[in-house]
Design a protein around this ligand. Structure first.
Ligand code: G16
Length: 533
């Protein structure tokens, strides 16, 4: 077959480094950029097969998101803009590691009964990393080797590419598959909502900064955005961005914070957002994904009640969710709460079971999903001439909310617009938002081990099943602290094990350290032993 000959010919230009093993993890492939050329070419092949298989456009985003600048990676996007189906992740790993590329390729074609004469379309985007241009070219080479059509969107945020894929596959029903279409949809709805002014945005020196600037020109209303870490000087994700702020629990470098003012940070591909401020005593306050989920779900639940719509609202979190947030949501807000494994693909899937579901990871990655039936009910109500003013207002607000949200995946820009609108509508300051519940003090640490797969987990990653003795040790350490909880899990994006601990006081730091030591000793730690904080 001519296509296979072309793959064989082209793959010589994209050789696999000997001995390298990659794994399609939490959010795709990710490692040092210098090892990725072959994998990018091969993922171009895979995306083309997936497109033939689904008879729809597939997306490939070249990014390593929150990882350091020298890393890169890729996220594959399925037809409705969601992360690629888990069944295909296995093929991605197989293909990336294959020594005999054609055999694995043919195997996938046979298993999935793919019609190779079916047309294929792949959308490609990239972040601002210096390696992204050559790596996205490798993806495009892979697509053309299998005769697929591609459209290169160039520099876009990850959620923007997710959006394009969905627009294309819904034939414009979700919106227009262009950047202008994306900004117009979000901004038109945002312009219909009240808005607070003056927000400072940390762009993590990445693509989000460029795209916030681009979006501003589409806004009729004045949302005064002061942008810092815009990439003009600093290094991507270095001492800035959502991951740094969340994990370090401190402000990014690159600017001075004024007490009481509202700030937010994006991550390297702008699919995460966290808010923060300092009080008059200079104390730093973080409003992470849990606080965002609480704000959004409360707002939506109130509007649905005002509109008289009986729709089921749920919040999906992960094991990292602060215990106070789960307690508040279940006991005060009385919403259904579900816990999913880390990775938005898991949260997204769990959220699809409900009429309206807010899903957020504590790290600020999340969005809101409305079922088709829920959207229809809201739209019908908004157009009903026989309802009272209160219902009308609520229905219209809900309708604009649906359009401001990027339902394909967490989107820092869209989440930011929605949060700003909620604060303005509720007349709420960032301090009042923060005061809704108090976070339990918590700490997240990383432990370097020889092979992170030594740790295996169950119960949505809340319990370790290996190595032997790990969970018993965590349990006995947790018992020493009040209101404490801790878990360990291997990261799917970095070569480390993550440790999370919370407790009634900042003794959470000591618990996290003790658990880190246990990981180091029981799971094959390398380098220096973890030191107390
Ligand atoms: C990715 C995933 C997130 C996940 C994060 C950390 O984020 O999309 O869902 O929470 O990695 O994952 P892990 O703890 O497995 O390393 P991003 O923003 O880097 O793509």
């Amino acid at each position: 077959m001519a296509q296979f000959q072309e793959v064989e010919k082209q793959s010589i230009m994209h050789p696999k480094p000997p001995g390298l093993t990659l794994h399609y993890g939490t959010a795709g492939l990710r490692t040092n950029a210098k090892h990725l050329d072959h994998a990018m070419f091969r993922m171009g092949l895979l995306a083309t097969l997936r497109s033939k298989n689904t008879k729809a456009t597939i997306g490939v985003m070249v990014t390593a998101s929150h990882n350091p600048e020298e890393d890169n990676g890729l996220k594959l996007i399925d037809p409705m803009g969601e992360m690629m189906a888990p069944a295909w992740e296995h093929y991605a790993t197989q293909l990336a590691n294959a020594d005999d590329l054609l055999t694995v390729l043919k195997d996938i074609i046979e298993k999935e009964a793919i019609n190779m004469s079916q047309e294929a379309n792949v959308f490609v985007g990239k972040d601002t990393r210096s390696s992204s241009a050559r790596l996205s070219q490798a993806v495009l080479d892979g697509v053309s080797a299998l005769d697929g059509h591609s459209k290169d969107y160039g520099l876009v945020t990850t959620p923007q590419l997710h959006y394009m894929v969905r627009c294309q596959n819904t034939k414009g029903k979700y919106g227009e598959a262009t950047l202008d279409g994306y900004y117009s949809k979000l901004c038109q709805s945002f312009d219909n909502l009240p808005v607070s002014k003056l927000l400072s945005v940390d762009g993590a020196n990445g693509i989000g900064a460029l795209k916030v600037r681009e979006m501003e020109s589409h806004l009729k209303k004045e949302l005064q955005i002061s942008l810092f870490n815009d990439g003009s000087q600093g290094k991507l994700n270095y001492q800035c961005g959502a991951d740094f702020v969340k994990v370090q629990q401190k402000p990014p470098t690159g600017f001075k914070m004024n007490p009481g003012e509202r700030y937010c940070s994006f991550d390297g591909d702008a699919d995460r957002i966290v808010y923060y401020y300092t009080d008059s005593e200079g104390q730093f306050h973080l409003l992470d994904g849990d606080k965002i989920a609480t704000l959004m779900s409360t707002f939506l639940k109130e509007l649905l009640e005002q509109a008289g719509l009986n729709l089921k609202v749920a919040v999906v979190q992960t094991a990292y969710a602060n215990g106070s947030s789960t307690h508040y949501l279940e006991n005060t807000m009385k919403v259904i709460v579900r816990c999913a494994k880390t990775g938005v693909k898991h949260l997204h899937h769990a959220a699809q079971e409900f009429d309206v579901a807010v899903y957020f990871e504590s790290n600020g990655h999340g969005t809101v999903l409305f079922s088709e039936a829920a959207e229809e009910k809201i739209c019908q109500l908004a157009e009903d001439p026989n309802i009272n003013d209160e219902k009308k207002r609520a229905a219209l607000l809900l309708q604009n909310t649906i359009n401001v949200i990027n339902q394909t995946v967490g989107d820092a820009i869209s989440d930011m617009l929605f949060i700003e609108a909620i604060l303005a509508i509720k007349g709420m300051s960032v301090q009042q938002w923060d005061a809704v519940y108090a976070d339990l003090p918590n700490r997240q640490l990383k432990v370097k081990v020889a092979d992170r797969r030594a740790i295996d987990t169950t119960d949505a990653e809340r319990r370790a099943v290996s190595p032997p003795g790990m969970q018993d040790t965590v349990d006995s350490l947790v018992n020493k602290y009040k209101q404490a909880r801790s878990f360990v899990r291997p990261s799917g994006t970095e070569d480390i094990v993550r440790v999370y601990a919370e407790a009634d006081t900042q003794s959470a730091d000591a618990l996290a350290h003790e658990v880190s030591l246990a990981v180091y000793r029981l799971a094959g730690g390398v380098g220096e032993e973890p030191k107390p904080l």
